[in-house]
Design a protein around this ligand. Structure first.
Ligand code: TYM
Length: 344
């Protein structure tokens, strides 16, 4: 073992991210993640997958899972991912993720996983009834990223801690196996007003697939009337909008709607406030609804069109999986050799 810091990684910059096929995609998924995927594919080699291994950490109906995967793939395509540019695939089609996750289970420490807030949030008071998979979920996530030696990971704010764990696992692997710089220490791409979109019913909790109230979120497949109605019903306060962002500090719901507007329009929240300062929500909400319908409406329509031809989606996922397996294979072979496996 060496006491030196791991050598810097010198390979290609690469983007990797994924979404679980465990419920309807919503505005938070779109602004926190999907919109960035489409942008980044033109800047770096990009791998985007559907996390069906992760999805079964909570019960999924086996008769529906395959279609749920196709729905996420359709959302990727409808939000601008181009299968000729980016590699789009299902996690279960690349066994190297699970093989590397086993090695990482032996690198990560129990104490590290005990600190993961997402497990605590999801498990609640009854953690002994949760699957072991839910507990080691972030270790599989580290394998998803590092099997491609990805350097950049576009995600929402809720994934920050998982990305820190990924860096810790990469650094410990490089150190323990005296393989300096073998794995990069990937960077989370989180910035921007879309990184943490809150529920439309409660500005203190994030917009989520698992919220029992459908009015708490805008789904990617909602039609124009539903989107407008949900925004009209969104919880707000009676004050007018201020000029400065600092003055929104104690107004979680107002801050969220300004953030949603800014993220949808590709502007800064301050810029949006400057335009709407002095106006109330009676004036602001219809403008936000128009903007949301103009951005989200076409996505839902395109998803429905793509889903009417599941064979074409399967063809795209099949070709993507082939490419992903090719890129993952040499990393896994190297890992087996480094670890000293008989089959390495
Ligand atoms: P998932 O399926 O829960 O969410 C997909 C993406 O959407 C982001 N997101 C949000 N962003 C802003 N505001 C919100 N309210 C909001 N809700 C969700 C998430 O941050 C995420 O980027 N663990 C991942 C899936 C995964 C993964 C990976 C991601 C598995 N392996 C490797 C990156 C790299 C997850 O649960 O995503």
């Amino acid at each position: 073992m060496t006491d030196q810091a791991p050598a810097p990684y010198v390979g290609k910059p690469r983007v990797l991210s994924g979404v679980q096929p465990s419920g309807d995609l919503h505005l938070g998924n779109y602004l926190g993640a999907l919109v960035k995927f489409a942008r980044l594919q033109h800047e770096m080699q990009t791998f985007i997958f559907v996390a069906d291994l992760h999805a079964i950490t909570a019960w999924q109906d086996p008769a529906k899972l395959k279609n749920q995967v196709r729905e996420i793939a359709a959302a990727y395509l409808a939000t601008g991912l181009d299968p000729k540019v980016a590699t789009i695939f299902a996690q279960s089609a690349v066994p190297a993720h699970a093989e590397l996750a086993w090695v990482f289970n032996c690198v990560a420490r129990l104490g590290w996983l005990d600190r993961m807030t997402q497990f605590k949030d999801k498990a609640g008071k009854h953690k002994e009834r949760e699957s072991v998979g839910l507990y080691t979920y972030p270790v599989l996530q580290a394998a998803d990223i590092l099997i491609y030696k990805a350097t950049h990971v576009p995600v929402g704010e809720d994934q920050r801690q998982h990305l820190e764990l990924t860096r810790d696992i990469a650094a410990k692997f490089n150190h323990d196996f005296e393989a300096p710089g073998f794995f990069p220490l990937p960077e989370a791409l989180i910035q921007g007003p879309g990184a943490r979109i809150m529920s439309l019913r409660d500005g203190a909790v994030k917009m989520s697939k698992s919220d029992p109230s459908d009015n708490s979120r805008i789904n990617l497949t909602d039609d124009a009337d539903t989107i407008s109605q949900k925004i009209r019903k969104a919880r707000t306060d009676a004050d007018v909008l201020p000029e400065k962002l600092e003055d929104l500090a104690d107004r979680a719901e107002a801050q969220n709607l300004i953030g949603v507007y800014a993220a949808l329009a590709g502007r800064t929240p301050q810029d949006v406030l400057t335009e709407f300062a002095g106006q109330g929500f009676g004036a602001f909400k219809p403008k936000l609804a128009d903007l949301a319908v103009s951005v989200m409406g076409p996505i839902g329509g395109e998803m429905r069109r793509l889903l009417s031809d599941p064979a074409e989606i399967d063809r795209i996922l099949g070709a993507g999986a082939e490419r992903a397996r090719e890129v993952a294979a040499p990393t896994l072979a190297e890992v087996k050799r480094i670890v000293g496996y008989w089959a390495g």
